[in-house]
Structure formats: structure tokens, C-alpha cells
Design a protein around this ligand. Structure first.
Ligand code: GDP
Ligand code: CA
Length: 340
């Protein structure tokens, strides 16, 4: 079974780590035990800082899957120090609201050097893989084009102004109302070669419980990506791959992070049913064959089924490896049921 996951950073990485564990634990000889995992990772949060290319979601994935992430803080490298960042801030090269760890800077310097030597972002990710053992998971940037997200807000004078997504997210904690998001350059972008190849061969497509706007929304906004997701499995033996989404919203709240602020901007309620309708039932021109909501949201299931989405309520909190693996297992089950 070839599984392709669309994912952002922290929520996406927890889910993919659970999926890898579900594959490990699957009974020998089962479809799942033989599964491959390809992850199409959001690049809309990427930016240039101090001459370095920073790719937060890809790095969350890389560090989480290689066991290098800081579990307590929730992001960055374990055993991190911040001496270099202090120097950069003292020089005024980086803002005081964005700290880069010393070990993390090593990754950014390596990435930037490879980009400057002419490698594409996809080739850089493949190089990073060579060092970190991801135990079979393959990561693909959603696109090799730069599509950094900018956030438009109202200034004090009432005029509209924009800032990089990282400033809005990290400095202002998404507390300044966003008028709209602009993925700069996305019109000219295309899906990365690895993303297209993986989708073509896919048996199952999973949409991770990631931010529906600035993670999944950005991936799907790349021209050609949505069609490639809908056509997933065209090159596979089993034909059209079912698409199963996992809700990032539980009981009306974005459980970790500030996805609610992003949903408000695009006029979608912070509600597991509203996000499912935003992605849309596949039978009505949307994406979803199936959708998993939390046990807290069981009352939404009947309405979603009536709309043509095979909805189910399952434990949605990824508290540890066991709960994340069980959630991933449920998503694969939903895909297998949708394929029948
Ligand atoms: P980011 O790029 O680091 O913001 O991470 P993602 O876009 O992958 O996901 C962030 C979202 O993941 C959060 O806003 C939550 O809605 C969701 N999330 C985080 N932890 C959990 C969890 O344990 N269960 C579920 N269902 N969703 C979660
Ligand atoms: Ca992100």
C-alpha cells in the first residue's frame, strides 16, 4: 500500500510519526505492514532570514521523524542552545522575536549552501534525508518554487499593510486580525516532481490534522496540486485513491496552535464539520471521501454522511505515540472502507 500524506508542521509531524508506528505495528502480511509513506509538506511558511532559507514545516517533520525534536517545547532540536542567535540579534540582523537554535542554524546553513550551489529544494530535502534516518518515510516539499505567505492587516492609519507570515505568527501570535493571506508567487508555482510521482502511484491519500488554511490550503493552492490529489492513484494498480481527512479541530477549538485565527480570515467556522465542508465532499466537487472527527464531535457525523462524506468519530488527540498510531490506523481503515 502506498500512502501519501499532505501535511504542515507540528500537527502533521505528530500524525506522520503515528502513521509510521501504525505501519510498524501492523500484522505481518497485511497491506499496512507493507506500506510506504510519502509526505507532501507545506512550504508556505518558508522565508529568508539573515541570508538563510528557513523551512519550518519541513524541519518539524525532519526533526520529529528522526527523533531530534524537542518534545517539551514542541518544536526545534533537542539539547539546543542559542548562542549564535544572541549574536545575530545583537547585530540587529535577526529580529528579537525570532530565535534560531545553534543546531537548527546548522541545518539552515547547509540548506542555504546547497540551494546556492544550484540544488532544488527537493534535492536539498533528499540530501537532508541522507543524514537523518526517517525509517522509510520520504518527505517532499509541496513545490520547488518560493511561495512565502504574507499576511495583510489593517495598519493604525486604517491603510492595509502586509508582513511575512512568520512575523504575524511568531511576533503577533496571530492576534492581529488578518484581512487575507497571500502566497506570493503561487500563481507561477507547480507541484514538486516528488509530490506528483507519489500521488500518481498512491493507493491512499491522507490529509493530516494540519492547519486547513496556511498548511493544507497552501499546498492545495499550488496550481495543479488539487487536480493531482483528485487524480491520485491513476498510475497505481488499484485505480483512484480514496482521500481521507483528519480534523485538526476538536470540539470547536484548534487544539495546539492558532488555526482558528486563520479559519476566521477565510470565513470558515472553527468547527470540525465546517472544515470538512470547506474541503468539500468529493461527490460534490470537493476532495473528501471520508473525514474523521473527534469523539467530542460525534453529533456532526450524521449530517456529514448526509452530505456524502463517510464521517466517523474516533479519539482525535495525539497525546503520545500510541494515540497517534491509533488515529493513523483509523484513517487507513476509513480509506480502505471508502475504496470498497
Ligand atoms: P504547524 O505548521 O506547525 O502550524 O502545524 P500543522 O499545520 O501541521 O498543524 C497545526 C494544527 O494541528 C493545530 O492548529 C491543530 O489544529 C492541529 N493539531 C495539533 N495537535 C493535534 C492533535 O493532537 N490532534 C488533532 N486532531 N489535531 C491536532
Ligand atoms: Ca507551518
Amino acid at each position: 500500500m502506498r500512502i501519501v500524506v499532505l501535511a504542515g508542521g507540528v500537527g502533521g509531524a505528530r500524525f506522520v510519526r503515528g502513521l509510521r508506528e501504525a505501519v510498524r505495528r501492523a500484522p505481518v502480511g497485511s497491506d499496512l505492514a507493507e506500506a510506504s509513506i510519502d509526505v507532501i509538506v507545506n512550504t508556505g511558511d518558508d522565508w529568508w532570514l539573515a541570508g538563510l532559507r528557513i523551512t519550518p514545516d519541513l524541519d518539524s517533520m525532519l526533526y520529529t521523524l528522526s527523533g531530534q525534536n524537542d518534545e517539551v517545547r514542541g518544536w526545534g532540536r533537542v539539547g539546543e542552545s542559542e548562542r549564535v542567535s544572541g549574536e545575530l540579534q545583537a547585530y540587529g540582523v535577526t529580529p528579537e522575536w525570532f530565535t534560531l537554535g545553534d543546531l537548527d542554524l546548522g541545518t539552515h546553513i547547509a540548506r542555504s549552501a546547497w540551494l546556492r550551489s544550484g540544488l532544488t529544494p527537493s534535492e536539498v530535502v533528499a540530501r537532508l534525508h541522507e543524514r537523518w534516518d526517517l525509517s522509510g518515510v520520504r518527505l517532499h516539499p509541496a513545490t520547488d518554487h518560493e511561495i512565502d505567505t504574507h499576511v495583510w492587516v489593517a495598519s493604525d492609519t486604517g491603510a492595509e499593510e502586509d508582513m511575512h507570515f512568520q512575523e504575524w505568527w511568531t511576533r503577533y501570535r496571530a492576534q492581529v486580525p488578518a484581512l487575507r493571506f497571500e502566497q506570493r508567487g503561487i500563481d507561477l508555482a507547480s507541484p514538486s516532481p516528488g509530490a506528483l510521482t507519489a500521488l500518481d502511484a498512491a493507493d491512499v491519500v491522507l490529509i493530516a490534522p494540519s492547519n486547513p488554511v496556511v498548511s493544507i490550503g497552501t499546498i492545495l493552492g499550488i496550481p495543479g496540486m488539487r487536480d493531482a490529489v483528485l487524480a491520485a492513484g491513476a498510475g497505481a494498480s488499484r485505480g483512484r485513491a480514496p482521500i481521507v481527512g483528519v480534523s485538526p479541530i476538536i470540539a470547536g477549538s484548534a487544539v495546539r496552535g492558532m488555526a482558528d485565527a486563520c479559519l476566521t480570515t477565510i470565513g470558515v467556522a472553527t468547527d470540525a464539520g465546517a472544515v470538512a465542508r470547506h474541503y468539500g465532499p468529493r461527490a460534490q466537487g470537493g476532495l473528501l471521501d471520508a473525514w474523521l472527527v473527534g469523539l467530542e464531535d460525534e453529533s456532526l457525523v450524521a449530517g456529514l454522511r448526509a452530505d456524502g462524506v463517510a464521517a466517523d468519530a474516533v479519539p482525535l488527540w495525539m497525546r503520545d505515540l500510541d494515540t497517534a498510531a491509533a488515529l493513523a490506523d483509523a484513517a487507513v481503515d476509513a480509506a480502505q472502507a471508502a475504496a470498497r
